[in-house]
Design a protein around this ligand. Structure first.
Ligand SMILES: [Zn+2]
Length: 300
């Protein structure tokens, strides 16, 4: 596999929470993930440190349109890059108002700009929708898009020379800590997630690139650990849901639950807080509670 540069975007001044990846091709630079717009100057800085300019980036592959993965895509498009995205995500990049407003409900209007920066529309001709199994040839490199729902309905895992850019469907693993599933509302779908992990096993990459955060070489055991932790979080949340608990009531209990698991594994307080930056507990409570609610209503 040719060299993949990992760019730490130092979200909220923390290391190893949000990453982006850079690959050189005979057709210019390819960026996988952009991070939020709030870390765009850090992205520029990291690209410059490698001896390139941001305008050298010709193609941007997004795993999905959540702000921590795609929030700066519009800036790269303004600079002339082509943006590759799932067909379900594409209209939200062209007119981001709905995406912005629904995220404001989750994060609070007053926190949006500080966390994510700004978002502007991307013109239609700068967006390419990637079909399931579609390959894109950029000079001497090839990327293949695999639709992998479960975390988000608009999720793609990008296969590249035996590696896989796994976005969030491949879980979160920071500084050698445990593998955990990011479960924000509104798209969590456990059956779809399990099927996506089955597909990843079939693709059988030798290496995963996680946006949160870095490289995983033991792919089989990583996926098994993720499956177990999805199962454990989902069952724990089902129990809360069955009791009629609210998101607000459940969040501190869930934080205690995950903290006790981290403590058993002797994960330091510092690393535990990085997990919280990359994958806030309250968001996973909201996402999984919503999943169980829709399930109970027969809407999934
Ligand atoms: Zn996400």
């Amino acid at each position: 596999m040719r060299k993949v540069e990992i760019l730490d975007l130092q979200f909220q001044d923390a290391n190893e929470t949000i990453g982006a990846f850079l690959v050189e091709s005979s057709e210019g630079l390819i960026l996988i993930e952009t991070g939020p717009e709030s870390t765009f100057s850090m992205l520029k800085h990291k690209v410059a440190a490698l001896g390139y300019q941001i305008s050298d980036i010709r193609h941007v592959l997004l795993t999905h349109i959540h702000f921590d993965h795609a929030g700066a895509a519009w800036k790269l498009a303004k600079g002339g890059a082509q943006i590759y995205v799932h067909p379900v995500g594409s209209p939200h990049l062209a007119s981001p108002e709905r995406l912005w407003n629904s995220a404001s409900l989750i994060y609070g209007k007053e926190n949006m700009e500080k966390l994510w920066g700004r978002m502007e529309p991307i013109s239609q001709h700068a967006i390419t929708e990637a079909a399931h199994g579609e390959s894109f040839v950029f000079g001497d490199v090839v990327f293949t898009a695999w639709h992998t729902p479960g975390h988000a309905s608009h999720h793609i895992a990008w296969e590249f020379e035996g590696g896989l850019f796994a976005g969030d469907v491949g879980g979160v693993k920071i500084c050698g800590g445990p593998v955990v599933p990011p479960c924000p509302p509104p798209d969590i779908h456990l059956e779809a997630w399990a099927a996506s992990l089955g597909l990843i096993r079939k693709i059988a990459p030798s290496r995963l690139f996680l946006t949160h955060f870095g490289v995983v070489d033991e792919v089989g055991s990583h996926l098994s650990e993720l499956e177990l932790s999805i199962d454990s979080w989902a069952k724990w949340m089902k129990n809360e849901f069955d009791k009629g608990a609210t998101v607000d009531d459940t969040t501190p209990r869930f934080m205690e639950f995950t903290r006790s698991q981290m403590n058993i594994l002797r994960i330091s307080e510092d690393v535990q807080s990085l997990y919280e930056y990359a994958n806030p507990s309250w968001m996973s409570v909201a996402g999984l509670m919503r999943y169980w609610k829709l399930k109970a209503q027969g809407r999934l």
